[in-house]
Design a protein around this ligand. Structure first.
Ligand code: PMP
Ligand code: GLN
Length: 383
């Protein structure tokens, strides 16, 4: 039943969160916040339920949310998105991604180029769509890909170049050169760029630059995001995708048979969130940056070497100095040994590259400061 390469199998998050529950360890494995998002966003969902928004919403999503997404793209990035034809609401970024692959893949010879390590649903969705995965490794010290390797990986068989920027699990923001090369290659080989920007508001070194804003990209780019990270509501699963109307229609056609529609009462709440003042978004990024610093200081005290992220929920640290050359074994033992759960970077790679990132461990920083400090104390005490 499951794919032979193991891409479609129980997720690492289910396994690690179960370990956290079983051992009572602090869960710095799965990336979800342990504090609620803005009170007015939560209140808007409660009000929507009270006002009877409890039945199927329209297939594309409520018009007001589509309008709010369009306004958001104009306000932050100067992008013009027609709310009637160029955007749909999805069950999180996860469904947007899977529906896109199912919609655009035509033949088993179609290839999807993905940067590796990758968020685990990417390889699974490529397998479900019946396409071939072509991976381009992200390399230390900065996790940018080699442009020649990238160029060699994109061919006329490439249907999609799948990008995640800012990137989970490495925390990298792709350089302008990398983004320009992605666009050049997509144009040359007539590929679609699918870009997952769920961490768009959580960058620390520079503002986010969506690929769709760059020259030559808009006509062949589908941009995916979600309210989960921005509003600390990962369980609500309100995502969206925008891009050229014909591609959006294809994705919507598939979405009808995956979930049909989703999250009616959460849609007005996310619409309200997207219209919050700029200060909400800058404060959220600053608060997360501070958490990363606290986590990094704790990890360094415990003997890890830390690779500072440019965006997103995660900090990557090297455990090699701590006897963690095999980070998978290190992470398996960590809940019992230190009372902390973390995920080896090798959990986010394809079978043939397993071992390439050994020593590297991903820690979620999207937790309360006291939780991060306690995790750091436990890690230091266990060395
Ligand atoms: N893409 C990336 C890179 C993610 O980190 C996540 C969150 N785990 C998702 C997609 C899924 O987002 P959602 O919860 O909106 O489906
Ligand atoms: N995005 C989160 C992570 O990478 C959680 C995803 C999930 O549980 N499926 O940890």
């Amino acid at each position: 039943l499951l794919s032979p390469d193991g891409a479609v199998a129980p997720t690492i998050f289910a396994e690690m969160s179960a370990a956290a529950l079983r051992t009572g360890a602090i869960n710095l494995g799965q990336g979800f916040p342990d504090e609620d998002g803005p009170a007015e966003v939560l209140e808007a969902a409660r009000e929507a339920i009270s006002h009877g928004m409890n039945q199927y919403p329209p297939g594309r999503g409520f018009a007001d949310l589509l309008e709010a997404i369009s306004e958001h793209q104009r306000r932050f990035y100067g992008l013009e998105v027609d709310p009637r034809t160029e955007v749909i609401v999805t069950a999180g970024a996860t469904e947007a991604l899977t529906a896109t692959l199912l919609a655009l893949i035509d033949s088993p010879d179609d290839e999807v180029v993905v940067f590796e390590p990758y968020y685990d649903s990417y390889a699974a969705a490529v397998a479900l769509a019946g396409a071939r995965l072509r991976t381009v490794p992200l390399r230390l010290p900065d996790f940018q890909p080699d442009l020649e390797v990238l160029a060699a990986s994109v061919t006329d068989r490439t249907r999609i170049i799948l990008v995640n920027d800012p990137h989970n699990p490495t925390g990298v923001v792709f350089s302008p050169d990398v983004k320009a090369e992605i666009i050049r290659l997509a144009d040359r080989h007539d590929a679609v760029i699918v870009t997952d920007e769920v961490y768009e508001h959580l960058t620390f070194t520079a503002p986010h630059v969506p690929i769709a804003t760059l020259p030559g990209a808009a006509d062949r780019t589908l941009t995916i995001s979600s309210g989960g990270k921005t509003f600390s509501a990962t369980g609500w699963k309100i995502g969206w995708i925008h891009g050229p109307a014909d591609l959006i229609t294809a994705v919507l056609t598939v979405k009808q048979y995956l979930t049909y529609v989703n999250g009616s009462a959460f849609q007005p709440a996310i619409a309200l969130g997207l219209r919050l003042p700029d200060s909400f978004f800058t404060d959220a990024a600053a608060a997360l940056a501070r958490k990363h610093e606290i986590l990094a200081a704790g990890l360094r005290d415990a003997g890890f070497e830390v690779i500072a992220p440019q965006g997103g929920y995660f900090t990557v640290a090297d455990a090699s100095n701590l006897g963690g050359v095999d980070a998978a074994a290190f992470c398996r033992a960590l809940p019992e040994r230190a009372g902390v759960v973390a995920i080896p970077l090798d959990a986010f790679v394809s079978a043939e590259r397993r071992g390439d990132y050994s020593g590297l461990v991903r820690f979620a920083a999207c937790k309360r400061v006291d939780v991060l400090e306690e995790a750091a104390r436990r890690l230091a005490a266990a060395q």
